[in-house]
Design a protein around this ligand. Structure first.
Ligand code: ADP
Length: 185
């Protein structure tokens, strides 16, 4: 069977995690969420968790080499990436990895939501779930990190002709239908 991958890209609060979970389940792909894996390491206080904890609490990015080691460990034949890649260096390393493993990229789903709506959603989630990086100061930092370090990937994938821009507003069902339509799955 052909090895395939889908990438979810977008700012914090865009709903990538929810949509990636649903799509991976329906297609029978493994969902590989670097944020979830890191939170699990933090909860277990592994060596990686101890390094990652203060970085995540500030809203900064965990170093690329640590993230890449994680990805190599968790890679699977059919995978949906959620929250990875987040820097140009990660995207280039992923390109090499996909090439080496003969994996075809089915598409990069960019979930777009206006910034005021992102802030509203993240602050609401902060109240509901109590994630330690969901306070207003860290949220603003994560949005800034997205703009400066991750947003350049939009052009990177657009140039390769694999980017699918999705309107992330509306109900989760509406957004999901747009994603399936754009990917043709
Ligand atoms: P969100 O999309 O809401 O920011 P995530 O769960 O994707 O949440 O990520 C939470 C935090 O985990 C990030 O702010 C960052 O510190 C760290 N992280 C997750 N994925 C990566 C990655 N690919 N590279 C570097 N750091 C990451």
């Amino acid at each position: 069977m052909e090895r395939t991958a889908i990438i979810f890209l977008g700012p914090p609060g865009a709903g990538k995690g929810t949509q990636a979970a649903r799509l991976s389940q329906e297609l029978g792909f493994k969902k590989l969420s670097t944020g979830d894996i890191l939170r699990d390491h933090v909860a277990r206080m592994t060596p990686l968790g101890q390094v990652a904890k203060p970085i995540m609490e500030r809203g900064d990015l965990v170093p690329d080499d640590l993230i890449l080691a994680l990805i190599k460990e968790e890679l699977s034949d059919r995978v949906v990436f959620d929250g990875f890649p987040r820097t140009l260096a990660q995207a280039e390393a992923l390109d090499r990895l996909l090439e080496e493993t003969g994996t075809r990229l089915l598409g990069v789903v960019l979930v777009e939501v206006p910034e005021e709506e992102l802030l509203r959603r993240l602050l609401r989630r902060a109240g509901l779930e109590g994630r330690s990086d969901d306070n207003e100061e860290t949220i603003r930092r994560r949005l800034e990190v997205y703009r400066t370090q991750t947003a350049p990937l939009v052009e990177y994938y657009e140039k390769r002709g694999v980017l699918k821009r999705i309107d992330g507003t509306g109900t989760p069902e509406e957004v999901y239908a747009r994603i399936k339509g754009a990917l043709g799955v």
